[in-house]
Design a protein around this ligand. Sequence first.
Ligand code: C2O
Length: 535
Amino acid sequence: AAVKKYQFDIQVNNVSRLCHAKPIVTVNGRFPGPTIYAREGDRVLVNVTNHAQYNMSIHWHGLKQYRNGWADGPAYITQCPIQTGNSYVYDFNVTGQRGTLWWHAHILWLRATVYGAIVIMPKQGTPFPFPQPDREEVLLLGEWWNADVEEVEKQGNNLGLPPNMSDAHTINGKPGPLFPCSEKYTFAMQVEQGKTYLLRIINSALNDELFFAIANHNMTVVEIDAVYTKPFSTQSLLIAPGQTTNVLVRANQIPGRYFMAARPFMDVPIPVDNKTATAIFQYKGIPNAVIPKLPNLPAPNDSAFALSYEEKLRSLNSAQYPANVPLKVDRNLFYTIGLGMNSCPSCVNGTRLTASLNNISFVMPQIGLLQAHYFDIKGVFKADFPDKPPTPFNYTGAPLTANLGTARGTRISKIPFNSTVELVLQDTNLLSVESHPFHLHGYNFFVVGTGIGNFVPAKDPAKYNLVDPPERNTVGVPTGGWTAIRFRADNPGVWFLHCHLELHTGWGLKTAFLVEDGPGSDQTVLPPPKDLPPC
Ligand code: C2O
């Protein structure tokens, strides 16, 4: 195994898009940021030096960080931020994982511009469990705001209003020619007739689930969230913020220029955001003057496509890559997801939008929860997060305004080491139903079941897939429905659980699991590194 070293200089650079130049926070002046390459088993050292006037922290999304939450990155959960002028080395091993993951800023909305790919190759001599591609390409799907992103965030958090939508979606930081002044901000991928390409697709957008397709070309899905899947062919795919999807594409059509396109999935009657980012899949030798054609993306509110697509995702579950689904559950958790209004005397309307799990809207602490746990600092959090909502109700029935007011607190759940956990996430009709991509740090989990309407404990578990469910780190909870996940709590530490829609996270749609140390000396949280940023 090798040691891979990277230097990340956090700085502010002027970038222009959509006829509009503005200063943005970047890594090494690049937007999107550099790709981290490693091989399964490597050790990675990333020295992050903060030259910008913002506090910073970086999360390595999907890396398990076994016993090593110190390198996980979410601000005030596992570390205090890296202050202006300071550095911190994220030091971690890539163990038992291979595939596509990504990294992003994990403080405020800075991940809007501070993000990049992580490519983990299988161990030397271990082939992919699918036909070997001739070449590969990273496609980072993102968003662009003409406004200052921190202003948009403040508008969302404090004014009691939903903020401006982004002005464009992007592919590798570029919106493509359907947007003004964007001809030269178009990502193009050169391909050769007959060759096969592995596309590593990452949804780094802040607030949108996205459909993605390539005109005239089918894609074969082979991996999600750095876990191999049973391959299947599809015209379009759906990817939620935080998720990654690897596909194989064969350049087997009439040589030409074809659009690759990404557009939001908005599961509401009237989609309010239908901006399409495009990039070009360009056969060698075809002149740039040839006008590409758009793929047929599913309609923005095509929830039937979404359901049938999710249904096709299955773990490979081979002898080499087994799906070790927990069959018995030690701890059953049932969390309702609510959006609502809270009173806020300092806000413009006297109220603000809020979001909650089991009616609790999470309040960010002033020091990292992992430090508070490790050094036994009292008064930072309460380990009393309820396993069930305070009062059961008809979650997806008529909205109950009585439930709109939510409690606030830094409350998390304590989980004994190595216990098996089932968590059912239930969307509710408080304020509005909406689909929510939930991400758990420090773990992969199995998505054993999902459905529309209320979860029925006496009936739904009988229909679980306990054989080859998809294994991932971020899962969409469908609009007005539920999703059940299972995992074994074998990674001690404090691990963030949150909606990966930045707007909802800001409104409090988050909590954490405190997984206790195990009995073995190799089952405890490691001591913190010396350069861990002070609070
Ligand atoms: Cu990709 Cu907690 O985030």
